[in-house]
Design a protein around this ligand. Structure first.
Ligand code: FES
Length: 95
């Protein structure tokens, strides 16, 4: 018998940004695509983790990079929405 003991990833994490609360429902989307579809403007260029143009601050919560760690430099508490997804409720700040 095999028991499923996956880590407790929330199915629909909530993104708090600019006073909005957005449900991350479509797991095929990146965080950037989810923000765009909810009319939250984020600067971007490569959309693939190389340039760092989309960098935002993660104030709370956890994200993951499904395709592996991006190449662009990110500082402490910074994330790249173009290639990450939230795994818990998150709070982000866009400069
Ligand atoms: S848009 Fe280039 S790293 Fe995100």
């Amino acid at each position: 018998m095999s028991a499923s003991t996956k880590p407790s990833i929330q199915l629909t994490p909530t993104i708090t940004v600019q006073g909005k609360q957005i449900c991350f429902k479509d797991t095929k989307q990146t965080l950037l695509e989810c923000l765009e579809s909810n009319n939250v403007k984020v600067d971007y260029h490569c959309r693939d983790g190389f340039c760092g143009a989309c960098r935002v601050t993660l104030a709370a919560g956890e994200i993951s990079y499904p395709k592996g760690e991006p190449l662009a430099f990110v500082g402490e508490n910074e994330i790249l929405p173009c290639c990450c997804v939230p795994v818990t409720d998150i709070n982000i700040k866009i400069d």
